[in-house]
Design a protein around this ligand. Sequence first.
Ligand SMILES: NC(=O)c1ccc[n+]([C@@H]2O[C@H](COP(=O)([O-])OP(=O)(O)OC[C@H]3O[C@@H](n4cnc5c(N)ncnc54)[C@H](O)[C@@H]3O)[C@@H](O)[C@H]2O)c1
Length: 382
Amino acid sequence: MEKIRSGIIGTGFIGPAHIEALRRLGCVDVLAIADYCAEVAQKKAEELYVPRYYGDYKELLADKDIEVVHICTPNHLHFPIAKEALLAGKHVICEKPLALNSAEAEELTELAQKSNLVHAVHYNLRFYPLMHQVKQMIENGELGEILAVNGSYQQDWLFYDTDYNWRLDPKFSGDSRAVADIGSHWLDLVEFVTGIQVEQVCADFAIFHPIRKKPLKAVETYGSKVLASSDYEDVPIDTEDYASVLLHFNNGAHGSVTINQVAAGRKNRLFFEIYGAKKAVAWDSERPNELWQGRRDGNNEILLKDPSLLHQYARDVVSFPGGHNEGYPDTSKQMFKKVYECIQAKIQGHAIKPEFATFESGQRELMLCEKIVKSAREQRWL
Ligand SMILES: NC(=O)c1ccc[n+]([C@@H]2O[C@H](COP(=O)([O-])OP(=O)(O)OC[C@H]3O[C@@H](n4cnc5c(N)ncnc54)[C@H](O)[C@@H]3O)[C@@H](O)[C@H]2O)c1
């Protein structure tokens, strides 16, 4: 079977992770990359062994050989690139958040729905095998009615006031930072596994560093370079470092989530607990191969990821036997496998139901983010 030819736009952190996942699939030819200038694109193409490179994403979109585009740029570019890619007839896999706001996301969703193209948003965390297991357990009624869901998503990479990134500037990241950047993963994952939807939110925000020190020159490695105070400029910060959100779900369940990017020692920890009328489950993304199951009458258990112990639905996203841990890079591989099966089907003239986040899910996450930001500003339930 012929390989599908793809192009990746943006080659910072997540772009190369997409490339690695696609190469592990085998059915995709990563034909080209694009970055903001030819020099950077050439250097990255050499490092990543990609045959074609472009210093402008429009050139990649004009490449007739490219069938699928992965958008891995800062958030403000997702809307224009996704729109132009769909209009150029390319299937699109866009990083989260889908756009800067829900109006942009709505336009993209309408355009994607009118096209006969596959569209996806990279909510990859759904593809940890144990997340598919929880979804199937809840669908089977093993937890009973869902009563409460709580958890957090916490990181420490913005701990110091000298930590700086484009995500701190709303021009590039949107009006919400922590919620849109990582809270949206939590919300998407919890809605995916439980099958219930957030209906009302009441949010409390904090900015722990209202002034941050933005480096005046490029800093390659924070650890190996000490900057003098004259190398920084003070910039005011107006997006949240921290959010706590009370949640009401559409089945009557209650919940809460705390999102924090200034949480010492939490490298990248998404955690949730789901309490049902029969039993509970809890999961920590820093120990992704273990699922806690809690019971009132009887022993609590830890289920270890092992295909022979999982429901068929979860087994479908497992590549390795028990004891051979699967982690973050595997989630993108498993997600792209599903996305490219859909693309292959389209190419062959038929359609299969997407089993991943589409632009509709991306639009929903932005709508929830906007409500959470508004709720924090107005200090009330929405
Ligand atoms: N799904 C996930 O788990 C996950 C993880 C990390 C990042 N992301 C998302 O991926 C996106 C990128 O994040 P990142 O951490 O890789 O950022 P990054 O800053 O490391 O990389 C961004 C890349 O985009 C390039 N770029 C900037 N302007 C460009 C332009 N005009 N044309 C082409 N390329 C351009 C940059 O040069 C850089 O290579 C963000 O939207 C982020 O939310 C998702």
